[in-house]
Unconditional design. Structure first.
Length: 113
């Protein structure tokens, strides 16, 4: 099993996430899904921050959660695949500094998108 164990012995993984929107509760986390070949949604999770950065870039927002919690959240959303340390396509969507700045500006202005 990959990941870093927490104090309770649960394995923690690094999950790509969207920054909270202005209407989200303070503790709201929105995981970022990716599409598999054929269009099926999947939740990529990584055993290290370095792995996430390698695949999604240094601007990718992320959270660290127990693997079990990531799997449960995916299942509640109807997503059947949680992929540990996936290698993503070269053309996969990646966050950049401009996107992060626009997202922050919208959040401060009370807009969602």
């Amino acid at each position: 099993m990959a990941g870093v164990p927490d104090r309770q012995g649960q394995f923690l993984v690094v999950v790509p996430a969207r920054p909270p929107g202005p209407r989200d509760a303070g503790d709201t986390v929105r995981f970022e899904l990716r599409r598999l070949a054929g269009g099926t949604p999947a939740l990529p999770v990584f055993s290290t921050v370095a792995g996430l950065v390698r695949e999604l870039g240094p601007c990718q927002p992320w959270v660290r959660v127990p693997l079990r919690a990531a799997r449960e959240a995916a299942a509640r959303s109807g997503v059947g695949s949680v992929l540990l340390d996936p290698v993503l396509e070269t053309g996969a969507s990646r966050w950049d500094r401009d996107q992060m700045a626009r997202q922050r500006a919208r959040a401060h202005a009370g807009e969602t998108r």
